[in-house]
Every structure is written in C-alpha cells, then in structure tokens.
Design a protein around this ligand. Structure first.
Ligand SMILES: NC(=O)C1=CN([C@@H]2O[C@H](COP(=O)(O)OP(=O)(O)OC[C@H]3O[C@@H](n4cnc5c(N)ncnc54)[C@H](OP(=O)(O)O)[C@@H]3O)[C@@H](O)[C@H]2O)[C@@H](O)CC1
Ligand SMILES: [K+]
Length: 321
C-alpha cells in the first residue's frame, strides 16, 4: 500500500525525521533541493536559463538549494524572491549560503526557453494566493514557460487538490517522501504534470507513528480482499442477482446494473421486467435472463424458485399488488 500524507502529516514526518536523525532540517532541505535539481537537469539541461521563484518558507528553502546547485554547474540561474526568508527557518539558513543572484519577484517576467522553478508555497499554503505571487503564476500560465514545481504547484492545496487563488500548471512536480492527496485529486492532479517522489532520507518507520489514513487507490490496496475463484467454482455457487427494470421507456439503468452484476462475478442474473418492457429488454440481452415480474405474486414465485442473494432496484421499479 502506498500512503498519502496530508500536509500536516508531512510536517510531522519531517519533524520526526529531524528528531530521529541522521538529517536535521537543513540536511533534509539539501536533499530535497538536490532531488529537484537532478530532475531539472535530467529533463531540461539544455534550457536557456533557470528562474527560481522562492517564497519565504521552507518551500522557498528548497528553491535556494536548487539555485545554488544549478549555479555551481555554470548554468544561468537567478533567484526571484517573494519576501525575505522567514526568520529562524531552515529557509533562512540555506538562503544565507546561496550564491545565486537574487531579485524581487515582482520584477520577474517569464522568458521563453527558460525554466521556472516554482518554490513559492508548498505544504504551508495557508490562504489564497494574491499580489505579486498571483501575477507571476498567472503570467507563467499565459506564456507557457515550462515550470518545475517544488513539492506542489504553488496555490494547489496538498490536502484537497483544490486551487487557492491561482496556480500555474507544471511540466514536472518533485515531491518528497510520499505524495499528498492534492497530487492525485483534480484539479491538482492535472496541474502537477509528471510527478516524481524523491527519497530525502526520511525513514519509513515514521509512518508507524503517523498512522496515515489515506492511500493510493491501486491494486495493492484491495488485492487481498479480492475473491479468488477456486477451480471447482460454478455459477450456482456464485449467487443470483435479481434486477428490476422500469417500463419500456426506462430500461437502460436496469440492463447496465445487470451487466455489472454479471461482470463482478454473480453466477446468474435475472432481469425482472414488466410485461410491456419485455420486448425492449429481450432485444438487448444475451446471457442475462429475463422474466416477467409485474405483480407481487410473480415476484414471490421468482423469489421462491431462485432464492437470489441480492436485488437491484431503482426509482422506476414498482409492482402491482
Ligand atoms: N526542513 C523542513 O521543514 C523541510 C521542508 N521541506 C519543504 O518545505 C515546505 C513546507 O515549508 P513550510 O511549512 O515552511 O511552508 P511553505 O509552503 O514554504 O509556506 C509557508 C510560508 O508561506 C507563507 N504563505 C502561505 N500561503 C501564502 C499565500 N497564499 N500568500 C502569501 N504567503 C503565503 C506563509 O505565511 P503565513 O501563513 O505564515 O502567514 C509562510 O511564510 C514543503 O512543501 C517542502 O517543500 C522540505 O525541504 C523537506 C524539509
Ligand atoms: K511550490
């Protein structure tokens, strides 16, 4: 099973990892920034230059690490900061040793051919994006400059995938340790582009304490519950489903339900149809059985005879008594 962490659970994972070591906050940030820089270089090494958009929190801290690593490679790299790093934060520590040129975010203009690294807000997004950050994210979306998002596209809620204010679509999102629900839920999912999950040295045992309650919906989550058919299984041991049809103008939902019941493994399925709808149902059914059931008496007969395990009925089902 693959866990999804809410932003609060992720902060807890960061805190537990720092507590247990071996990496402190700045160490985790170095690894996070390095993972983003590696992904950027693997895909966009030939870009004309790199604009790193940094917020005041630790998402911005990741951005300063990326900027330094790209600059060390001799690449044209510039930091555009929304505000000074939050005092006493890991962001402040890594920004202090960043040698890339810095300028105010409000002066940034996206240029074709360059890559924008979006490190404005991540897990700490606390309100709708406005002001200079919103103008910049809007201009990224308009100009189609390729964006690499750090952790999440800024403006996307990690908890819900909803956009708070505005977000720029990313070509690539690099997140850390585990994905958040916002990476999988729309519209966040579409805004993330390709999503990479980087190992930044957080021991998976921190999950024992966090006890996440949200998981990726893939076969690993439910395979153990999936019934396995034994070789000697036959249709009379796999249950019978009765599905009530509406009148001649209301038969589609019943047939879809009948086919679904057969498909998920019912041994036999009977469509219970009023007399007037028998012909239209018969024209569309093959392996599903069809039986006239219009009066209570007919239903009781069917029930006695076939003992179905389940019935499906909708709003248009009605019986004459
Ligand atoms: N060492 C670590 O902890 C590690 C952390 N990691 C990285 O840190 C990220 C989480 O960092 P974070 O918790 O500092 O939050 P972050 O997303 O930077 O934003 C908070 C700042 O933004 C501000 N702000 C928020 N919304 C705003 C808005 N709409 N408009 C304007 N301002 C807004 C908010 O202001 P406030 O709400 O306090 O007023 C605060 O100043 C995570 O995503 C990952 O990338 C990794 O490197 C691993 C190690
Ligand atoms: K971001």
């Amino acid at each position: 099973m693959i866990e999804l962490l809410t932003p609060q659970e992720m902060s807890r994972a960061d805190a537990l990892a720092m507590e247990k070591g071996p990496h402190d906050g700045a160490g985790l940030m170095d690894r996070a920034g390095a993972a983003v820089a590696d992904a950027v270089l693997a895909r966009f090494a030939g870009a004309a230059g790199f604009d790193i958009l940094c917020g005041p929190g630790n998402n911005g801290g990741d951005g300063y690490v990326v900027a330094d690593l790209l600059r060390e490679r001799g690449l044209d790299t510039k930091v555009w900061r929304l505000a000074m790093p939050r005092q006493g934060s890991d962001c402040e520590a890594v920004a202090a040793r960043c040698h890339a040129e810095c300028a105010p975010l409000e002066d940034y203009r996206p240029l074709p051919g360059r890559i924008a690294v979006d490190a404005l807000f991540g897990a700490g997004l606390s309100k709708p994006v406005g002001g200079a950050a919103a103008r910049v994210l809007g201009s990224l979306a308009e100009t189609g400059v390729r964006v690499v998002a750090v952790d999440l596209p800024s403006g996307v809620s990690g908890a819900t995938g909803q956009v708070l204010g505005i977000a720029a679509p990313a070509a690539l999102t690099v997140t850390f340790f585990r994905r958040k629900p916002g990476h999988l839920l729309y519209p966040g999912r579409a805004l993330c582009g390709e999503t990479l999950v980087a190992d930044i040295g957080i021991d998976a045992r921190v999950l024992d304490e966090i006890a996440p309650r949200c998981f990726v919906n893939d076969p690993a989550l439910w395979r153990a519950e999936w019934p396995v058919m034994e070789p000697d299984l036959h249709k009379y041991r796999r249950g019978h489903v009765g599905v009530f049809s509406g009148g001649p103008m209301a038969t589609g939902a019943a047939r879809l339900s009948a086919r679904a019941a057969a498909r998920i493994g019912a041994g036999a399925v009977t469509l219970l149809s009023p007399g007037a709808a028998l012909a239209v149902n018969a024209m569309h059914l093959t392996s599903i059985m069809l039986r006239r059931v219009e009066e209570e008496r007919e239903l009781l007969e069917f029930h006695e005879e076939r003992r179905p395990k389940a019935y499906v009925l909708g709003r248009v089902s009605a019986l004459a008594s």
